[in-house]
Design a protein. Sequence first.
Length: 191
Amino acid sequence: MDVITAIHTRRSMGKVTQEPIAKETIEQILEAGVWAPNHRLTEPWRFFVLTGDGRNKLGEALGAIAIANEPEDAIPAEREARLEGAMKKAHRAPVIIGAAVVPSDRRDVIELEEYGAVNAAIQNMLLAIHALGLGAIWRSGEPCYNPIMNDCFGLRPQDKMLGFIYLGVPDMETPAARRAPAASKTTWIDN
């Protein structure tokens, strides 16, 4: 599959089977990530591959975040349901790749560019996953940036988990997608 076709046909696949994915395939996907452009060659990414019971690490973090701000008088059964629901999210795919930014402490490095590099690595991995005939969805949101998540994965306060790639064999039809034409978002400046 050529890169233009991969870009145009890749879709978020939120439903995958629990069929195992070979370690060699996962390593190939990670290698695609590390070839992302990064300013000053800082390679600010850190990846966490969760499989089998290793996914419980994410489940425990999601559960702790889900109930972290509950009042002390919360109804125990409701609290337990929220906890279990959050923990189950970590088992929606047989492989989950966490992608974190670990910004360089060098004074000549712009922190925002470090985030861009990790996001580019994630896109490389998503395209590799698609080219390999697999499916994935990049999940992010508030729990990723919560200090509990940092603690769970041994990240420093200035580091951030930028999302989790849920990866597996697709178990759904490829969704239709549409984008506004590039021309509608482009300004040409030629003088």
